[in-house]
Write a protein that binds this ligand. Sequence first.
Ligand code: PLP
Length: 382
Amino acid sequence: MKGFSDRVETVQEYYFSAKLREVNQLIAEGKPVINLGIGSPDLAPDRMVIDALKSTVEHPRAHGYQNYQGIPELRIAMAEFYAREYRVTLNPTKEILPLMGSKEGIMHLSMAFLNPGDQVLIPDLGYPTYTSVTRLLGAEPLFYSMDLAKKGKPNLEALEKLDLSRVKIMWINYPHMPTGATGSKEILRELVAFAEKHDIVILHDNPYSHILNPEPLSILAIPGAEKVALELNSLSKTFNMPGWRIGMLCGRADWIEAVLKIKSNMDSGMFLGLQKGAVAALSLGKNWFSDLDEQYQNRRKLVWKMGDLLNLTYPKDTSGLFVWCKVPEGKSADELVDYLLYEKNIFITPGRVFGPAGEGYVRISLCMPEFKILEAINRIKS
Ligand SMILES: Cc1ncc(COP(=O)(O)O)c(C=O)c1O
């Protein structure tokens, strides 16, 4: 064997892939670990969704290869979701591409737009995949900061002072993970103008728009965005379906065509049952979202209580699946994470995983039932 590709050296194993091995080892040793580290919704999808999947399994044609662009019914359901939830009109044939989760979309988009040596604007803090995929393709991440006191407004003034001629794409993500910064229409408008001025493609990663967020926003609702932006969306958090791996890419037909060129060479259409289940999920109405909201609001109050016990400080006007907490001055976030994991069997995530600006912070997930968060509180108290 003449060695692995140089590419392998550009990244490390994904933090959670490695850390969850450690957590699972503790569980195998009999430790009752409460996992408040990852954002994998524990609540069930709607009954209709599961029934749609089940009834498809018996269909004689369910088991063959599926269309690369998904069944028309799914693309129509996605277009209707965008029209209803964001007031965005999309052509279901040309302006929507179903994906196996938005995470794979990050790779396909990057492959469609980037050449080695291109630069990519990435938020510090941000979802680690933006950076690792950029590096895997031989492109160069250029990190930008955000003002958390201003709903996560990117520091565009600082970017304007740089040579942006090699920047091809800019990742943005509102509601923002890990901080929960909500973003706003004004911020999106400024970003569209910035992208037009510098000929940069904006890629908006939007999986948290319906979690603790009274005003779901799509960048595609901003005038002019249809020329400079694409949007990733996902059923993982919105409909409690992270393991189903269903997402979508929305926007300009010619850009989506380029992504399909890449993607259709790498995978095939999703299992029919998953697509039928997704159609059912996308048709859910206001009650689905208000019930979800109530559950997460109750959990969040308990996580705030947990934060108080640990002397953490956190903003409350946030959206998404996490509480983003600052550890007290002079204390180490990693020490707190290890103390909780090894002394109290509670797993939370150190903020540094999401970029250098995360030093001194921890991220606590809302993906545990209330009784488990209460148990975590009791363990901390004892
Ligand atoms: C910001 C962000 N983008 C994308 C994803 C990937 O979601 P999906 O399940 O759709 O691949 C996640 C998952 O945690 C996320 O936090």
